[in-house]
Design a protein around this ligand. Structure first.
Ligand SMILES: NC(=O)c1ccc[n+]([C@@H]2O[C@H](COP(=O)([O-])OP(=O)(O)OC[C@H]3O[C@@H](n4cnc5c(N)ncnc54)[C@H](OP(=O)(O)O)[C@@H]3O)[C@@H](O)[C@H]2O)c1
Length: 344
């Protein structure tokens, strides 16, 4: 079924540029919002999507910001930046006029917005301005290291996602967004408890930062277990639930193949550090909203989260000093101790 919906995808990185390209390939309306060298590259040559057997060049409509676009009542906003950039984008887009929207959708804040971030923060940030917020939890093995380019090593399913209205419920509109994402190549489930799915995903993401440290697989597995155990302890204290459904069998649902010339298996946090080491703007990492979210909840509920906090501090200092991935080690993370005053 075709609709007149247009997805305005804000943030042209691994998740956003790939999503906009997939929507365009599926014949679904989209416009991508990019900036800097990424914008220049996409304007000049489209989004290059490198896949295991082919590279697609997808000419998505692209703009450099809200001044280059007129919003219409059929638009669905997609927040595809990292969490640390969400507030700026939400403030920028909420109060734009919507052409022909009348009283029903007069401002950007009246349009639906899909929030794709890892962590637990962006739905509440969005809800301060937007009435219709839909959280999306996504699992993709995508990578964005070069302007204008994303690597998508999964076929035929591009990524797995869970989509639901926030605060937690299911509404009629989300079936349409889910269907569009399915047409675009994602395996998506419409859910009534998106917060629980975001919480479960965060249990995976608290280990992202380990990818930036040097260490053996066994060392990282052991450290990950501690990070997750701390996260589960704060969830229990805070009354945060995981979904009743069993965890997905990621390996079966999402195949990850080799893409020629690409080193796979590196999370978005690793990508941020790798890009930041060579970008004059430095590193902008999401760690404060991943491990930092667990630390915040621990402080709120009186639960110690020393290894999450050490990882956050280690990577915060590494970002400050613009050190490349693998400058620090998992052994340093596990051996270091926090000053007593920092443990609640
Ligand atoms: N990568 C993955 O495989 C993956 C998987 C699951 C979930 N996620 C989650 O999805 C979210 C997006 O991650 P990502 O990996 O796609 O991040 P990313 O590759 O860093 O892309 C984010 C993009 O947003 C752009 N941006 C930031 N502020 C902007 C603004 N004000 N206006 C326009 N563009 C702006 C950034 O531009 P600059 O480059 O110029 O800063 C960047 O191109 C994160 O919450 C992440 O945790 C990622």
């Amino acid at each position: 079924m075709s609709t007149s919906r247009r997805y305005v995808v804000i943030g042209a990185g691994a998740v956003g540029a790939l999503l906009s390209a997939q929507l365009q390939l599926a014949g679904i309306g989209t416009v991508l919002v990019a900036r800097g060298r990424n914008l220049e590259a996409i304007r000049a040559g489209g989004v290059r999507v490198r896949r295991p057997r082919v590279t697609d060049v997808v000419h998505v409509p692209v703009v450099g910001g809200p001044r280059e676009l007129t919003l219409t009542p059929d638009d669905v906003l997609v927040l595809a930046t990292k969490t640390q950039d969400a507030e700026t984008v939400l403030a920028e887009w909420a109060w734009l006029p919507v052409e022909g929207g009348g009283a029903g959708a007069a401002l950007g804040a009246d349009l639906p917005i899909l929030t794709f971030q890892n962590g637990l923060a962006t739905e509440d940030l969005a809800l301060r301005r937007f009435r219709r917020v839909y959280g999306v939890t996504i699992g993709v093995a995508a990578s964005h290291l070069v302007p204008g380019e994303v690597v998508s090593p999964s076929e035929p399913v591009i990524g797995l996602a869970w989509l639901g209205r926030y605060p937690d419920r299911r509404d009629d509109a989300q079936a349409g967004y889910t269907a569009d994402l399915v047409r675009a190549g994602y395996d998506v489930r419409s859910v009534a408890d998106i917060s629980a799915w975001k919480a479960r995903k965060l249990l995976g993401n608290v280990g992202n930062g380990l990818g930036v440290l040097a260490g053996t697989r066994a060392e990282k597995d052991a450290a990950r277990e501690i990070l997750v155990a701390e996260a589960r302890a704060v969830y229990a204290a805070a009354g945060i639930r995981e979904p009743a459904d069993p965890a997905p069998e990621w390996g079966r649902a999402l195949t990850v193949e080799e893409v020629p010339g690409h080193v796979g298996g590196r999370h978005s946090t690793w990508q941020s550090f790798a890009r930041g080491a060579v970008d004059e703007r430095g590193v902008s990492s999401e760690v404060d909203h991943l491990n930092g979210e667990i630390v915040r909840l621990g402080r709120m509920h009186g639960v110690a989260t020393p290894v999450n906090e050490r990882l956050q501090r280690l990577l915060g200092a590494q970002a400050r000093d613009r050190e490349e991935p693998e400058t620090h080690t998992v052994a340093e993370l596990v051996a270091a101790s926090l000053p007593d005053a920092l443990v609640p």
